[in-house]
Design a binder for this molecule. Structure first.
Ligand SMILES: Cc1cc2nc3c(=O)[nH]c(=O)nc-3n(C[C@H](O)[C@H](O)[C@H](O)COP(=O)(O)OP(=O)(O)OC[C@H]3O[C@@H](n4cnc5c(N)ncnc54)[C@H](O)[C@@H]3O)c2cc1C
Length: 395
Protein backbone atom coordinates (compact mmCIF):
# COMPACT_ATOMS: atom_id res chain seq x y z
CA UNK A 1 0.00 0.00 0.00
CA UNK A 2 1.11 3.52 -0.72
CA UNK A 3 1.25 6.32 1.80
CA UNK A 4 2.47 9.63 0.51
CA UNK A 5 2.79 13.16 1.86
CA UNK A 6 3.25 16.36 -0.09
CA UNK A 7 6.36 18.42 0.60
CA UNK A 8 6.55 22.21 0.55
CA UNK A 9 8.08 21.87 -2.97
CA UNK A 10 4.94 20.13 -4.16
CA UNK A 11 6.85 16.90 -4.74
CA UNK A 12 5.47 13.56 -3.64
CA UNK A 13 7.38 12.27 -0.65
CA UNK A 14 7.15 8.55 0.04
CA UNK A 15 6.45 8.39 3.76
CA UNK A 16 6.20 4.61 3.77
CA UNK A 17 7.48 2.16 1.23
CA UNK A 18 6.29 0.37 -1.81
CA UNK A 19 6.31 -3.38 -2.20
CA UNK A 20 9.10 -2.81 -4.71
CA UNK A 21 11.31 -0.01 -5.96
CA UNK A 22 12.75 -0.66 -9.42
CA UNK A 23 15.97 1.20 -10.22
CA UNK A 24 15.98 1.87 -13.96
CA UNK A 25 13.11 2.61 -16.32
CA UNK A 26 14.31 0.91 -19.50
CA UNK A 27 12.18 -1.79 -21.07
CA UNK A 28 13.29 -4.25 -18.40
CA UNK A 29 12.46 -2.08 -15.37
CA UNK A 30 9.25 -0.63 -16.84
CA UNK A 31 7.84 -3.95 -18.00
CA UNK A 32 8.66 -5.59 -14.65
CA UNK A 33 7.00 -2.71 -12.80
CA UNK A 34 3.91 -2.87 -15.00
CA UNK A 35 3.60 -6.64 -14.64
CA UNK A 36 4.00 -6.42 -10.84
CA UNK A 37 1.46 -3.59 -10.58
CA UNK A 38 -1.00 -5.67 -12.61
CA UNK A 39 -0.71 -8.32 -9.90
CA UNK A 40 -1.68 -5.87 -7.19
CA UNK A 41 1.77 -4.87 -5.90
CA UNK A 42 2.68 -1.24 -5.19
CA UNK A 43 5.68 -0.36 -7.35
CA UNK A 44 7.86 2.67 -7.84
CA UNK A 45 10.35 3.18 -10.70
CA UNK A 46 13.33 5.49 -10.17
CA UNK A 47 15.02 6.89 -13.29
CA UNK A 48 16.19 10.39 -14.23
CA UNK A 49 15.48 9.71 -17.93
CA UNK A 50 13.14 6.72 -18.28
CA UNK A 51 13.28 4.89 -21.57
CA UNK A 52 16.32 6.73 -22.87
CA UNK A 53 19.04 4.14 -22.30
CA UNK A 54 19.77 1.19 -24.59
CA UNK A 55 16.02 0.64 -24.94
CA UNK A 56 15.78 3.89 -26.90
CA UNK A 57 18.73 3.16 -29.16
CA UNK A 58 17.97 -0.49 -30.00
CA UNK A 59 16.74 -1.81 -33.33
CA UNK A 60 13.88 -3.78 -31.78
CA UNK A 61 14.57 -7.08 -33.53
CA UNK A 62 12.93 -10.08 -31.86
CA UNK A 63 15.45 -12.47 -33.29
CA UNK A 64 15.99 -15.79 -31.50
CA UNK A 65 17.01 -17.49 -34.75
CA UNK A 66 19.18 -14.89 -36.50
CA UNK A 67 20.95 -14.11 -33.19
CA UNK A 68 21.71 -17.84 -32.66
CA UNK A 69 25.44 -18.18 -32.20
CA UNK A 70 27.69 -21.27 -32.15
CA UNK A 71 28.06 -22.66 -28.64
CA UNK A 72 25.03 -20.82 -27.21
CA UNK A 73 22.32 -23.49 -27.58
CA UNK A 74 20.76 -22.85 -24.12
CA UNK A 75 20.59 -19.14 -24.93
CA UNK A 76 18.79 -19.97 -28.18
CA UNK A 77 16.20 -21.99 -26.21
CA UNK A 78 15.80 -19.12 -23.77
CA UNK A 79 15.44 -16.64 -26.65
CA UNK A 80 12.78 -18.83 -28.29
CA UNK A 81 10.86 -18.88 -25.00
CA UNK A 82 11.17 -15.08 -24.86
CA UNK A 83 9.97 -14.75 -28.43
CA UNK A 84 6.91 -16.95 -27.75
CA UNK A 85 5.79 -14.45 -25.09
CA UNK A 86 5.76 -11.49 -27.45
CA UNK A 87 2.41 -11.72 -29.30
CA UNK A 88 0.48 -12.11 -26.01
CA UNK A 89 2.48 -9.38 -24.31
CA UNK A 90 1.87 -6.96 -27.20
CA UNK A 91 -1.84 -7.82 -27.12
CA UNK A 92 -2.06 -7.09 -23.40
CA UNK A 93 -0.36 -3.73 -23.87
CA UNK A 94 -2.75 -2.93 -26.72
CA UNK A 95 -5.72 -3.88 -24.52
CA UNK A 96 -4.33 -1.47 -21.93
CA UNK A 97 -4.51 1.23 -24.64
CA UNK A 98 -0.77 1.25 -25.35
CA UNK A 99 0.28 -0.17 -28.73
CA UNK A 100 3.98 -1.15 -28.67
CA UNK A 101 4.31 -1.53 -32.46
CA UNK A 102 4.87 -5.30 -32.58
CA UNK A 103 5.24 -6.43 -36.19
CA UNK A 104 5.26 -10.09 -37.28
CA UNK A 105 7.23 -9.34 -40.43
CA UNK A 106 9.85 -12.11 -40.54
CA UNK A 107 13.48 -11.68 -41.55
CA UNK A 108 15.50 -12.23 -44.71
CA UNK A 109 19.25 -12.91 -44.40
CA UNK A 110 21.52 -12.14 -47.34
CA UNK A 111 25.20 -12.45 -48.28
CA UNK A 112 27.09 -9.74 -50.16
CA UNK A 113 29.89 -11.88 -51.63
CA UNK A 114 30.92 -15.52 -52.05
CA UNK A 115 32.73 -15.77 -48.74
CA UNK A 116 29.75 -14.15 -46.97
CA UNK A 117 27.57 -16.78 -48.67
CA UNK A 118 29.77 -19.55 -47.28
CA UNK A 119 29.57 -18.02 -43.79
CA UNK A 120 25.78 -17.63 -44.03
CA UNK A 121 25.52 -21.28 -45.12
CA UNK A 122 27.59 -22.44 -42.13
CA UNK A 123 25.29 -20.63 -39.70
CA UNK A 124 22.26 -21.92 -41.62
CA UNK A 125 23.46 -25.52 -41.20
CA UNK A 126 23.92 -24.92 -37.46
CA UNK A 127 20.45 -23.37 -37.15
CA UNK A 128 18.91 -26.30 -39.02
CA UNK A 129 20.79 -28.72 -36.75
CA UNK A 130 19.07 -27.01 -33.81
CA UNK A 131 15.71 -27.51 -35.55
CA UNK A 132 15.13 -23.78 -36.04
CA UNK A 133 12.75 -22.50 -38.70
CA UNK A 134 15.04 -21.30 -41.48
CA UNK A 135 15.17 -21.95 -45.25
CA UNK A 136 18.06 -21.48 -47.69
CA UNK A 137 17.33 -19.02 -50.52
CA UNK A 138 18.94 -18.50 -53.91
CA UNK A 139 19.83 -14.96 -54.97
CA UNK A 140 16.71 -14.70 -57.11
CA UNK A 141 14.51 -16.01 -54.27
CA UNK A 142 16.00 -13.28 -52.04
CA UNK A 143 15.17 -10.66 -54.64
CA UNK A 144 11.63 -12.01 -55.01
CA UNK A 145 11.15 -11.41 -51.27
CA UNK A 146 13.01 -8.09 -51.17
CA UNK A 147 12.71 -6.44 -54.61
CA UNK A 148 14.96 -3.50 -53.65
CA UNK A 149 17.96 -5.78 -52.98
CA UNK A 150 21.21 -5.14 -54.81
CA UNK A 151 21.62 -7.37 -57.91
CA UNK A 152 25.03 -8.38 -56.50
CA UNK A 153 23.59 -10.20 -53.46
CA UNK A 154 24.64 -13.89 -53.42
CA UNK A 155 21.57 -15.48 -51.81
CA UNK A 156 20.72 -16.10 -48.21
CA UNK A 157 17.94 -17.48 -46.02
CA UNK A 158 14.36 -16.87 -44.95
CA UNK A 159 13.67 -16.73 -41.21
CA UNK A 160 9.89 -16.36 -40.96
CA UNK A 161 9.73 -16.37 -37.12
CA UNK A 162 12.13 -13.50 -36.34
CA UNK A 163 9.96 -10.42 -35.93
CA UNK A 164 10.35 -6.89 -34.56
CA UNK A 165 8.86 -4.32 -32.24
CA UNK A 166 9.27 -0.56 -32.48
CA UNK A 167 11.35 -0.15 -29.32
CA UNK A 168 10.55 3.57 -28.99
CA UNK A 169 6.83 2.90 -29.21
CA UNK A 170 7.37 0.07 -26.73
CA UNK A 171 8.98 2.48 -24.25
CA UNK A 172 6.08 4.94 -24.68
CA UNK A 173 3.54 2.12 -24.35
CA UNK A 174 5.16 0.82 -21.15
CA UNK A 175 5.28 4.32 -19.63
CA UNK A 176 1.58 4.81 -20.40
CA UNK A 177 0.67 1.33 -19.14
CA UNK A 178 2.67 1.86 -15.94
CA UNK A 179 0.90 5.15 -15.37
CA UNK A 180 -2.50 3.57 -15.89
CA UNK A 181 -1.61 0.69 -13.55
CA UNK A 182 -0.59 3.04 -10.74
CA UNK A 183 3.20 2.64 -10.96
CA UNK A 184 4.87 5.71 -9.46
CA UNK A 185 7.65 7.26 -11.50
CA UNK A 186 10.37 9.15 -9.62
CA UNK A 187 12.56 11.25 -11.92
CA UNK A 188 15.77 10.92 -9.94
CA UNK A 189 18.99 8.92 -9.85
CA UNK A 190 19.41 6.14 -7.29
CA UNK A 191 22.77 6.65 -5.58
CA UNK A 192 22.84 3.81 -3.06
CA UNK A 193 20.73 1.22 -1.35
CA UNK A 194 19.80 1.53 2.32
CA UNK A 195 20.99 -1.46 4.35
CA UNK A 196 19.36 -2.13 7.72
CA UNK A 197 19.73 -5.30 9.78
CA UNK A 198 21.54 -7.15 7.00
CA UNK A 199 18.88 -6.49 4.38
CA UNK A 200 18.16 -3.80 1.81
CA UNK A 201 15.21 -1.68 2.84
CA UNK A 202 15.25 1.20 0.37
CA UNK A 203 17.10 3.56 -1.92
CA UNK A 204 18.99 6.82 -1.42
CA UNK A 205 18.26 9.28 -4.23
CA UNK A 206 20.50 11.99 -5.67
CA UNK A 207 17.89 14.72 -5.35
CA UNK A 208 14.89 13.62 -3.31
CA UNK A 209 14.07 11.96 -0.04
CA UNK A 210 14.94 8.27 0.34
CA UNK A 211 12.47 5.61 -0.71
CA UNK A 212 11.74 2.56 1.36
CA UNK A 213 10.60 -0.72 -0.16
CA UNK A 214 10.09 -4.39 0.58
CA UNK A 215 12.37 -5.25 -2.34
CA UNK A 216 14.73 -3.15 -4.45
CA UNK A 217 15.15 -4.42 -8.02
CA UNK A 218 18.23 -3.19 -9.88
CA UNK A 219 17.37 -2.87 -13.59
CA UNK A 220 19.74 -0.05 -14.50
CA UNK A 221 21.02 -1.62 -17.72
CA UNK A 222 24.74 -1.16 -18.31
CA UNK A 223 24.93 0.87 -15.05
CA UNK A 224 23.60 -1.93 -12.87
CA UNK A 225 26.92 -2.71 -11.17
CA UNK A 226 27.58 0.85 -10.05
CA UNK A 227 25.02 1.27 -7.26
CA UNK A 228 26.43 2.43 -3.91
CA UNK A 229 25.88 0.79 -0.53
CA UNK A 230 25.91 -2.79 -1.83
CA UNK A 231 28.56 -5.12 -0.40
CA UNK A 232 31.38 -5.92 -2.84
CA UNK A 233 30.65 -8.75 -5.28
CA UNK A 234 26.88 -8.85 -4.68
CA UNK A 235 25.79 -7.07 -7.86
CA UNK A 236 26.63 -8.93 -11.07
CA UNK A 237 29.49 -7.60 -13.23
CA UNK A 238 27.55 -5.90 -16.03
CA UNK A 239 29.73 -4.29 -18.70
CA UNK A 240 28.74 -1.72 -21.35
CA UNK A 241 28.96 -2.93 -24.97
CA UNK A 242 28.61 0.06 -27.25
CA UNK A 243 26.52 -0.05 -30.41
CA UNK A 244 26.00 2.59 -33.10
CA UNK A 245 22.71 2.84 -34.97
CA UNK A 246 21.71 5.08 -37.89
CA UNK A 247 18.07 6.02 -38.49
CA UNK A 248 16.88 6.80 -42.00
CA UNK A 249 13.44 7.74 -43.23
CA UNK A 250 11.52 7.26 -46.45
CA UNK A 251 7.89 7.61 -47.41
CA UNK A 252 5.63 5.37 -45.31
CA UNK A 253 3.36 4.94 -48.35
CA UNK A 254 6.16 3.39 -50.48
CA UNK A 255 8.46 1.51 -48.11
CA UNK A 256 11.84 0.35 -49.40
CA UNK A 257 11.63 -2.73 -47.22
CA UNK A 258 8.81 -4.78 -45.68
CA UNK A 259 10.78 -7.35 -43.62
CA UNK A 260 13.85 -7.10 -41.44
CA UNK A 261 16.92 -7.51 -43.63
CA UNK A 262 20.10 -8.92 -42.10
CA UNK A 263 23.23 -9.23 -44.14
CA UNK A 264 26.86 -10.15 -44.05
CA UNK A 265 28.93 -7.62 -46.02
CA UNK A 266 32.56 -8.67 -46.54
CA UNK A 267 32.46 -10.36 -43.14
CA UNK A 268 30.66 -7.53 -41.32
CA UNK A 269 27.12 -8.02 -40.00
CA UNK A 270 24.60 -5.33 -40.92
CA UNK A 271 20.85 -5.09 -40.47
CA UNK A 272 18.05 -2.87 -41.69
CA UNK A 273 14.80 -2.84 -39.73
CA UNK A 274 11.83 -1.09 -41.40
CA UNK A 275 9.18 0.61 -39.28
CA UNK A 276 5.63 1.24 -40.35
CA UNK A 277 6.17 5.03 -40.43
CA UNK A 278 8.89 4.71 -43.10
CA UNK A 279 11.85 4.77 -40.68
CA UNK A 280 14.63 2.27 -41.39
CA UNK A 281 16.95 1.45 -38.47
CA UNK A 282 20.44 0.47 -39.62
CA UNK A 283 22.76 -1.23 -37.16
CA UNK A 284 24.83 -2.00 -35.40
CA UNK A 285 28.42 -1.91 -34.29
CA UNK A 286 29.64 -3.81 -31.23
CA UNK A 287 32.47 -2.13 -29.34
CA UNK A 288 34.09 -2.43 -25.93
CA UNK A 289 34.77 1.24 -25.06
CA UNK A 290 33.44 1.61 -21.53
CA UNK A 291 30.73 4.20 -20.87
CA UNK A 292 31.33 6.09 -24.11
CA UNK A 293 28.22 7.33 -25.91
CA UNK A 294 29.96 9.49 -28.53
CA UNK A 295 29.07 8.87 -32.17
CA UNK A 296 32.09 8.05 -34.36
CA UNK A 297 32.13 9.13 -38.02
CA UNK A 298 33.84 5.89 -39.03
CA UNK A 299 31.14 3.72 -37.48
CA UNK A 300 28.38 5.69 -39.21
CA UNK A 301 30.27 5.53 -42.51
CA UNK A 302 30.66 1.75 -42.31
CA UNK A 303 27.01 1.17 -41.39
CA UNK A 304 25.78 3.32 -44.28
CA UNK A 305 28.23 1.80 -46.72
CA UNK A 306 27.22 -1.75 -45.81
CA UNK A 307 23.50 -0.86 -45.85
CA UNK A 308 23.72 0.58 -49.39
CA UNK A 309 25.75 -2.43 -50.56
CA UNK A 310 22.74 -4.58 -49.68
CA UNK A 311 20.02 -2.08 -50.55
CA UNK A 312 21.13 0.69 -52.95
CA UNK A 313 17.84 2.58 -52.46
CA UNK A 314 19.16 3.57 -49.01
CA UNK A 315 20.86 6.50 -50.79
CA UNK A 316 17.48 8.13 -51.35
CA UNK A 317 16.41 8.00 -47.70
CA UNK A 318 16.67 10.95 -45.34
CA UNK A 319 19.35 10.65 -42.66
CA UNK A 320 17.51 11.51 -39.44
CA UNK A 321 19.67 10.29 -36.58
CA UNK A 322 23.02 8.76 -35.64
CA UNK A 323 23.13 7.49 -32.06
CA UNK A 324 25.06 5.12 -29.82
CA UNK A 325 23.88 3.05 -26.85
CA UNK A 326 25.28 0.65 -24.28
CA UNK A 327 24.14 -2.97 -24.22
CA UNK A 328 24.24 -4.41 -20.69
CA UNK A 329 26.65 -7.29 -21.24
CA UNK A 330 27.37 -10.27 -18.99
CA UNK A 331 30.50 -12.45 -19.15
CA UNK A 332 28.53 -15.49 -20.37
CA UNK A 333 25.95 -13.53 -22.47
CA UNK A 334 23.02 -14.74 -20.27
CA UNK A 335 20.93 -12.28 -18.24
CA UNK A 336 20.66 -12.20 -14.46
CA UNK A 337 17.11 -12.21 -13.07
CA UNK A 338 16.22 -12.79 -9.43
CA UNK A 339 17.33 -12.30 -5.84
CA UNK A 340 20.90 -11.58 -4.78
CA UNK A 341 22.46 -13.02 -1.61
CA UNK A 342 21.40 -9.85 0.23
CA UNK A 343 17.76 -10.10 1.37
CA UNK A 344 15.59 -7.37 -0.15
CA UNK A 345 17.88 -6.88 -3.16
CA UNK A 346 17.12 -8.39 -6.59
CA UNK A 347 18.39 -7.74 -10.12
CA UNK A 348 17.06 -7.88 -13.67
CA UNK A 349 19.89 -7.02 -16.00
CA UNK A 350 22.62 -8.28 -18.33
CA UNK A 351 20.27 -8.81 -21.28
CA UNK A 352 23.04 -7.71 -23.63
CA UNK A 353 21.97 -7.78 -27.32
CA UNK A 354 18.52 -9.31 -26.58
CA UNK A 355 16.91 -7.07 -23.99
CA UNK A 356 13.97 -6.06 -26.16
CA UNK A 357 13.39 -9.72 -27.05
CA UNK A 358 13.55 -10.69 -23.35
CA UNK A 359 11.18 -7.95 -22.13
CA UNK A 360 8.03 -10.03 -21.60
CA UNK A 361 9.80 -13.10 -20.22
CA UNK A 362 11.80 -11.03 -17.73
CA UNK A 363 8.79 -8.96 -16.66
CA UNK A 364 6.88 -12.12 -15.77
CA UNK A 365 9.89 -13.56 -13.92
CA UNK A 366 10.44 -10.41 -11.83
CA UNK A 367 6.73 -10.01 -11.02
CA UNK A 368 6.45 -13.69 -10.08
CA UNK A 369 9.50 -13.38 -7.84
CA UNK A 370 8.07 -10.27 -6.14
CA UNK A 371 4.71 -11.99 -5.70
CA UNK A 372 5.79 -15.49 -4.66
CA UNK A 373 9.48 -15.31 -3.79
CA UNK A 374 10.77 -17.55 -6.58
CA UNK A 375 11.82 -16.95 -10.19
CA UNK A 376 9.92 -19.29 -12.57
CA UNK A 377 11.54 -21.38 -15.34
CA UNK A 378 13.31 -20.89 -17.66
CA UNK A 379 15.00 -17.80 -16.16
CA UNK A 380 15.46 -19.52 -12.78
CA UNK A 381 18.42 -21.30 -14.39
CA UNK A 382 20.36 -17.99 -14.55
CA UNK A 383 20.46 -16.66 -10.97
CA UNK A 384 22.53 -13.59 -10.09
CA UNK A 385 24.99 -15.65 -8.02
CA UNK A 386 25.81 -18.24 -10.71
CA UNK A 387 29.37 -19.19 -11.62
CA UNK A 388 30.36 -17.25 -14.72
CA UNK A 389 32.02 -18.93 -17.68
CA UNK A 390 33.26 -16.63 -20.48
CA UNK A 391 30.90 -16.62 -23.48
CA UNK A 392 31.63 -19.25 -26.13
CA UNK A 393 31.43 -16.47 -28.68
CA UNK A 394 31.27 -12.70 -28.24
CA UNK A 395 30.46 -10.93 -31.50
C1 LIG B 1 22.76 -0.45 -30.83
C2 LIG B 1 21.89 -1.42 -30.08
C3 LIG B 1 21.01 -2.25 -30.78
C4 LIG B 1 20.24 -3.17 -30.08
N1 LIG B 1 19.34 -3.92 -30.79
C5 LIG B 1 18.57 -4.81 -30.13
C6 LIG B 1 17.60 -5.58 -30.84
O1 LIG B 1 17.44 -5.44 -32.04
N2 LIG B 1 16.87 -6.48 -30.14
C7 LIG B 1 17.02 -6.67 -28.78
O2 LIG B 1 16.33 -7.52 -28.22
N3 LIG B 1 17.90 -5.92 -28.08
C8 LIG B 1 18.68 -5.01 -28.72
N4 LIG B 1 19.60 -4.27 -28.04
C9 LIG B 1 19.78 -4.54 -26.61
C10 LIG B 1 18.71 -3.87 -25.77
O3 LIG B 1 18.58 -2.54 -26.18
C11 LIG B 1 19.07 -3.94 -24.30
O4 LIG B 1 19.39 -5.25 -23.91
C12 LIG B 1 17.88 -3.46 -23.45
O5 LIG B 1 17.39 -2.23 -23.92
C13 LIG B 1 18.28 -3.36 -22.00
O6 LIG B 1 17.21 -2.78 -21.31
P1 LIG B 1 17.39 -2.26 -19.83
O7 LIG B 1 16.08 -1.77 -19.37
O8 LIG B 1 18.09 -3.32 -19.04
O9 LIG B 1 18.48 -1.08 -19.96
P2 LIG B 1 18.33 0.42 -20.47
O10 LIG B 1 17.35 0.55 -21.56
O11 LIG B 1 19.71 0.90 -20.73
O12 LIG B 1 17.70 1.16 -19.23
C14 LIG B 1 18.42 1.35 -18.04
C15 LIG B 1 17.84 2.58 -17.37
O13 LIG B 1 18.45 2.70 -16.09
C16 LIG B 1 18.58 4.06 -15.81
N5 LIG B 1 19.60 4.21 -14.78
C17 LIG B 1 20.93 3.95 -14.85
N6 LIG B 1 21.52 4.20 -13.69
C18 LIG B 1 20.54 4.60 -12.83
C19 LIG B 1 20.52 5.00 -11.47
N7 LIG B 1 21.63 5.01 -10.73
N8 LIG B 1 19.33 5.38 -10.91
C20 LIG B 1 18.20 5.34 -11.65
N9 LIG B 1 18.16 4.97 -12.94
C21 LIG B 1 19.31 4.61 -13.53
C22 LIG B 1 18.94 4.71 -17.14
O14 LIG B 1 18.57 6.09 -17.13
C23 LIG B 1 18.11 3.89 -18.11
O15 LIG B 1 16.88 4.51 -18.44
C24 LIG B 1 20.35 -3.30 -28.68
C25 LIG B 1 21.18 -2.43 -27.98
C26 LIG B 1 21.95 -1.49 -28.67
C27 LIG B 1 22.84 -0.56 -27.90
Amino acid sequence: MWATARSSHNIDVMATGADAVVIGGGVIGLSAAWEAAQRGLSVCVVDPAPGHGASWVAAGMLAPVTEATFGEEPLVRLALAASDRWPGFARRLEEAGADPGFRACGTVVVAADASDRAAVDRVLAYQQELGLEVRRLSASECRALVPALSPGVRGGAAVPGDHQVDNRRLVAALLAACDAAGVRMVADRAEAVIMAGGRVSGVVLAGGPPLTAGTVVVAAGAHSSGLGGVPEGVLPPVRPVKGHVVRLRGPASAPLLEQTLRGLVHGRPCYLVPRQDGTVVVGATSEERGFDLSVQAGAVHTLLDDARTLLPGVDELELVECIAGLRPGSPDNYPWVGPTVVPGLAVATGHYRNGILFTALTADAVATFLERGAVPPPLDAYPPGRALEPAAHTP
